[in-house]
Write a protein that binds this ligand. Structure first.
Ligand SMILES: *Cc1c(COP(=O)(O)O)cnc(C)c1O
Length: 431
C-alpha cells in the first residue's frame, strides 16, 4: 500500500504488507509466540544468514508480530523501516550506539527525558562515548559543539517538563552541512509531528507511552527515515562504511543496496539487537498494534482535553505559571505551531504559588488522576518531577531541564474534560 497520500488514521490500521494471516486468513494480527522458524532447505537457511534473502531466523532478531508493528510505525512516521525493541531506553541506546563507538561524541539537547539524560551522561561515558549537552533554544549551539568526531545530533520533539518544541528543521539543516544526522525522540507527540518530514534522519519512540496508550507494556521503536546519505559522509560513519568484523566483513551501506536505504536500521537489527538482545516480546508487539489502531483518535481527545485544562489553569488564582505549548510566546510558540499539527499534545505543567509543599498537597488530594511516573496513558496522570522522575539529577541539572521545586506535571487523559477539571479543581482548593 503506497503511504504518501494516506492519512495517519488509515495508516495505523492498514499500512505494511500484512492483510491477513497467510496460514489462517485471520484478520487480527496473531501473536507469533515462537522463538524459531523452520527453514525450507539448507540453501534457504544459508541465504537468510547471509542476508541474501530477508526472513525469519530467531525471535531475538525478528518476529512476524513485531514486523507488523514496525511497518505501521514506519509508515506513520514517514520513514522506510523500523526496529521494535524491549523499551524506549534500549531504543535511545541503540539509536546512538549504532553509529558511535569509544572515542566518538554526539551533541544532545538539554531538554530530554531524565532517563535518557542518565543513559547519555553516565552510562555512555563509561563506554567512551561523549555526550555534549547544548541548549536547543539556539540551534547554532549544535554547530558550535560539533567536530570531526561528532556522529549525530539528538533531540526530543516535545520535551517535558519545558514543553518547548525542538527546532527540528533548523538543527537538521546544520547537521546536513557537516553530514551529521539528527535523531529525534518523538515519544510525546506521535501523529502531531513527523520529524523525518522536517529533515530528521532517525526517529524513536518509547511505545510505552502514547502508542501503547493504556499503560500496559514497556517497548520502544526506532524508525529509519531513509533520507540520509551515509556513504557520502563515509569518514564520519566507519561503522556503516568499513567492513564489519562481526558480520563476515559486511559493509552495511553496500550490503543493503538491493533492499533500499535501510543500512542504518538493518545494521542495528543484525548486530546490536543480535548481540545485546533487547527484543520486544511478541505479546507486547501485539499490545502496541492494538494501541496504534486507535492512536490518532486518542491523540485528538488528549489534545482537546489538554487545551481545556490549560485554559482553566491559567485563570486559577493559586497558579503562577502554566507551561503548555499553546500558551507560549515568541519563538517557542512559533516552533509549536510549525511542528505540531492538529493540537499541542496532552502534556502540561504548572507551578503553584505555594511551591514544593503546595505541590505535594495537590498531588495527594487528587482523586481521579493517578500519581505515577508515566505519560501518554488513556487515564489522566500527575507527578512532582523534582522528587521523582528527575530526582537522580543534581539540582543544577534539574534546573537545566526545566524542573523547579514547585513544578507539577500533568499527562491529560481521554476522560470527559468536565470530570478532569472537577478533580483538578477540588485538589487545587486543598493545595
Ligand atoms: C519514557 C520515555 C523514554 C524511555 O522509555 P521506556 O519505554 O520507559 O524505556 C524515552 N523518552 C521519552 C520522551 C520518554 O517519555
Amino acid at each position: 500500500m503506497p503511504t504518501e497520500s494516506i492519512h495517519p488514521e488509515t495508516l495505523v490500521l492498514h499500512a505494511g504488507t500484512y492483510r491477513a494471516d497467510p496460514a489462517t486468513t485471520a484478520v487480527a494480527v496473531p501473536i507469533y509466540q515462537t522463538t524459531s522458524y523452520q527453514f525450507h532447505s539448507t540453501e534457504h537457511a544459508a541465504n537468510l544468514f547471509a542476508l541474501k534473502e530477508l526472513g525469519n531466523v530467531y525471535t531475538r532478531i525478528m518476529n512476524p508480530t513485531q514486523a507488523v508493528l514496525e511497518e505501521r510505525v514506519a509508515a506513520l512516521e514517514g520513514g522506510v523501516a523500523a526496529l521494535a525493541l524491549a523499551s524506549g531506553q534500549s531504543a535511545s541506546l541503540f539509536a546512538v550506539q549504532n553509529i558511535c563507538h569509544a572515542g566518538d561524541n554526539f551533541v544532545c539537547s538539554t531538554d530530554i527525558y531524565g532517563g535518557t539524560w542518565n543513559l547519555f551522561q553516565n552510562t555512555l561515558a563509561t563506554m567512551g562515548i561523549e555526550c555534549r549537552f547544548v541548549d536547543p533554544a539556539d540551534p547554532e549551539n549544535f554547530r558550535r559543539a560539533s567536530d570531526f568526531k561528532t556522529r549525530c545530533y539528538y533531540g526530543e520533539t516535545l520535551p517535558n517538563p519545558k514543553l518547548a518544541v525542538f527546532p527540528i528543521a533548523e538543527v537538521s539543516k546544520i547537521g546536513r552541512e557537516y553530514g551529521i544526522p539528527l535523531i529525534m525522540d518523538n515519544t510525546a507527540c506521535p501523529v502531531l509531528c513527523q520529524p523525518i518530514k522536517h529533515g530528521a534522519a532517525i526517529t524513536m519512540h518509547s511505545t510505552t507511552k502514547y502508542i501503547g496508550g493504556h499503560g500496559t507494556s514497556i517497548g520502544g521503536v526506532i524508525v529509519d527515515g531513509g533520507n540520509f546519505d551515509w556513504e557520502k559522509n563515509a569518514d564520519r560513519f566507519p561503522m556503516l562504511n568499513k567492513p564489519d568484523p562481526s558480520y563476515h566483513g559486511a559493509i552495511w551501506t553496500q550490503a543493503v543496496k538491493p533492499l533500499g536505504p535501510i543500512a542504518y536500521i538493518l545494521k542495528a537489527r543484525v548486530t546490536l539487537l543480535r548481540d545485546v538482545g533487547a527484543a520486544m516480546s511478541p505479546f507486547n508487539a501485539f499490545m502496541f498494534i492494538q494501541g496504534l489502531e486507535t492512536l490518532p483518535l486518542r491523540i485528538r481527545q488528549h489534545c482537546s482535553n489538554a487545551n481545556a485544562v490549560a485554559a482553566y489553569l491559567s485563570k486559577h488564582p493559586k497558579i503562577t505559571r502554566v507551561i503548555f505549548p499553546g500558551l507560549m510566546e515568541g519563538n517557542a510558540k512559533l516552533r509549536a505551531d510549525t511542528y505540531l499539527r492538529g493540537g499541542y499534545g496532552g502534556l502540561l505543567g504548572f507551578e503553584l504559588k505555594g511551591g514544593r509543599d503546595s505541590g505535594r498537597k495537590f498531588i495527594d488530594a487528587l482523586k481521579m488522576f493517578y500519581h505515577v511516573a508515566n505519560i501518554g496513558d488513556a487515564r489522566s496522570l500527575a507527578i512532582h518531577p523534582a522528587s521523582t522522575t528527575h530526582s537522580q539529577l543534581t539540582p543544577e541539572e534539574q534546573l537545566k531541564t526545566g524542573v523547579t521545586e514547585g513544578y507539577v506535571r500533568l499527562s491529560i487523559g481521554i476522560e470527559h474534560q468536565e470530570d478532569i477539571i472537577a478533580d483538578l479543581d477540588q485538589a487545587l482548593a486543598i493545595a
